[in-house]
Ligand binder design. Structure first.
Ligand code: ADP
Ligand code: ZN
Length: 643
């Protein structure tokens, strides 16, 4: 799709004035500089002057300029004196009529005293006449004129270079929104938006209004001015907004919230103003602001660090003013997207502004299937590929992830010079997106490999025997991305997690380290990622989910994000210490559980690790051969009392 920058290009103005000005300035400089240049007098010291010039009686007069410089004029008759021919020569043409010499006098008093001393034996008529004048110092003039001229020309240069540009410093107040005209129909329609049924329903009303406003206005209905789409990254917020524009066939302005807030102070507000001005000219149309949280963060948050926020605040205020300002039925509809509605300024969400909220969520299995269908359309597929299977393999994936997988699978197939994209290509693509690219070339010593194998086998064993942990799919000790080994789980889709599930997962995460301790009697740094995850989760369990008996059913989670800075803790010092204590206790308990399970199944642990060392990757079926079938989660749930 061709996006057309909608900036009226300014024709560069003929450079006539610039040229004229330049010549003029040159002339002025010349006039000022030349006389000074012509009468260039030789600078001498008082001693030379007294000994070589004054004593010869060659001095006609002395003019003291600005009580500072003595200018010495020689008598005409000395023109042919060999010692003075130089100074009588003008650098340009003719004779130099003086001043011929110049020297600094120090102070007027000392000059007069010295002169009197030097002339004490002269007869009065031979004494040199001295006059005092005040003069504008041309040299000075030039010394500040030249930089001025240079600056002036630099400015002109900048002007011209940026004349037609997009974000020049001279049109930075213009909005940077890109406009998609209605004739360049947006290729995105509701067809390519899979799932999101409720959201589509909601925005269809907007499409209807844009197509046929009268149907609504006739009845006195007011159409919402603003719709805010909230959802995790990659869930199709932008896609939905584009589809609205594509279906309604109206111009579509799109820009990101961060474009309002740039390096220049005051730019944001004027960009907002400009955006709405342009939008009104094109009405009916859609304005789409991505990542509106960049401007729309609630005012007064992080009040401690304000200053930088003033700019954002004034931008936000302008946005609010504009949204209040245009009438309900002017036909400009503002769509905005954000990952975090919780941090938006409440003022934005009030009626008359963004009064419709659409929440998008990560797709469920059926929706993922539909999204796969959309993105598989352009691919040449082998028979083996079925969307049902793919959707089952990708819990927690967003629409963008799925689009990515489809493309990645096609790339992998092409790399292997296949005719069609096969199921295995999709599985490889999924692995790659989950865990990064395989790095078989990474050099790992045999000893390290052994540690990694036992570490991963530890994860596998504990997650196998603790039945509330997500089912294990495969284990690998091929380095991928940043990690040296990995275990793949197939998370079940759940909205809530129980205490059992969470604690067992902690045990499974700690099992890598536990296995190292049991087998080698020593731990390694390979557990860093595990420990990080465990720590975060344990703190969440204690401080957020109210899972700890001592802390009780309190949660220090703040959904408004107002204490995000972490500087003010919403609990007392004592509670803070208790939380730390309880977290450590919880982690220790879970670790002991892992040790317990591994000691009990030490033979299997060794068998699995050796198998891993041999095969590098092992799948669920092979694991089953070593460990036996896994107890089903359903029956296990009844058996488990407390982890
Ligand atoms: P967001 O704006 O929410 O971060 P996008 O709308 O930019 O996400 O989505 C990125 C890409 O993911 C889209 O271009 C599209 O290819 C794909 N995608 C996301 N959601 C869907 C969906 N529901 N149906 C089809 N494709 C989707
Ligand atoms: Zn690990």
């Amino acid at each position: 799709m061709a996006e057309k920058p909608n900036q009226k290009s300014q024709l560069p103005r003929p450079n006539l004035w610039g040229g004229l000005l330049f010549v003029l300035v040159l002339i002025v400089v010349a006039i000022v500089a030349i006389p000074d240049f012509i009468s260039s007098s030789q600078v001498v010291t008082w001693q030379t002057f007294e000994r070589d010039i004054l004593s010869k009686g060659a001095v006609e007069k002395i003019v003291v300029v600005n009580k500072e410089t003595a200018q010495v004029y020689l008598k005409e008759e000395f023109k042919n004196d060999s010692s003075f021919t130089d100074v009588f020569k003008s650098p340009l043409w003719g004779t130099n009529h003086g001043p011929h010499y110049a020297f600094n006098i120090g102070s007027v008093e000392s000059f007069e005293r010295k002169l009197e001393e030097a002339e004490q034996h002269y007869s009065p008529e031979d004494r040199v006449s001295v006059s005092y004048v005040e003069q504008n110092n041309f040299g000075n003039l030039i010394s500040w004129l030249i930089p001025l001229v240079i600056i002036f020309f630099l400015f002109r240069l900048v002007f011209q270079a940026r004349g037609g540009g997009g974000t020049s410093i001279f049109n930075f107040g213009r909005s940077t929104a890109r406009l998609l005209e209605q004739d360049q129909k947006s290729p995105v329609t509701f067809d390519v938006v899979a799932g999101l049924e409720e959201a589509k329903q909601e925005v269809k009303e907007i499409v209807d209004f844009l197509k046929d406003p009268e149907r609504y206005t006739k009845l006195g209905a007011k159409i919402p001015k603003g719709v805010i789409i909230v959802g995790p990254p990659g869930t199709g917020k932008t896609l939905l907004a584009k589809a609205v524009a594509g279906e309604a066939r109206v111009p579509f302005f799109s820009l990101s919230g961060s474009e309002f807030v740039e390096m220049f102070v005051g730019v944001g507000a004027s960009r907002v103003r400009d955006l709405f001005k342009r939008a009104k000219e094109k009405a009916p149309c859609i304005v789409f602001i991505d990542e509106i949280d960049a401007v729309g963060r609630s005012r007064g948050r992080n009040a401690m660090y304000t200053g930088a926020n003033d700019e954002r605040e004034s931008t936000l205020n302008q946005l609010l003013t504009e949204m209040d300002g245009f009438g309900t039925n002017t036909g400009v509809i503002v769509l905005a997207a954000t990952n975090r509605a919780d941090i938006l300024d409440p003022a934005l969400l009030r009626p008359g502004r963004f009064d419709r909220h659409i929440y998008l969520e990560l797709p469920n299995q059926k929706e993922r299937e539909e999204i796969f269908e959309v993105h598989l359309r352009p691919l040449v597929l082998a028979e083996s590929v079925d969307t049902d299977f793919l959707a089952a393999q990708t819990p927690g994936f967003s629409g963008a992830d799925i689009a990515n997988i489809c493309n990645e699978a096609a790339l992998i197939a092409a790399r292997h010079r296949k005719e069609k994209v096969e199921k295995q290509d999709f599985l490889d693509a999924i692995d790659r997106i989950v865990a990064g690219i395989e790095k078989k070339s990474k050099i790992i010593s045999a000893a390290e490999k052994k540690i990694i194998a036992y570490h991963e086998a530890g994860h596998a064993i504990v997650s196998w025997f603790l039945d509330a942990v997500d089912p294990l799919v495969k284990v690998s000790i091929i380095p991928r991305g940043k990690s040296l080994g990995a275990s793949w789980y197939l998370p079940e889709e759940r909205q809530i997690k129980t205490l059992t599930q969470l604690t067992q997962r902690l045990s499974a995460s700690l099992a890598g380290r536990a296995a190292e301790e049991i087998i080698f009697g020593e731990v390694s740094s390979g557990a860093l990622d595990d420990l990080e995850k465990v720590t975060k989760e344990a703190y969440a369990m204690v401080a957020y989910y109210g899972f700890d008996a001592k802390i009780g059913n309190v949660s220090f989670f703040d959904s408004t994000g107002r204490t995000e800075t972490g500087l003010q803790k919403p609990y007392s010092e004592d509670t803070g210490r208790l939380i730390d204590e309880e977290v450590r206790k919880l982690v220790e308990e879970c670790y002991q559980r892992a040790i317990e399970v591994l000691t009990q199944h030490k033979q299997e642990l060794i068998a699995l690790a050796e198998l891993l060392l041999q095969k590098e990757v092992i799948f669920k079926e092979q694991i089953e051969k070593v460990l036996g079938k896994r107890a089903s989660a359903e029956s296990a749930k009844l058996a488990v009392v407390k982890p």
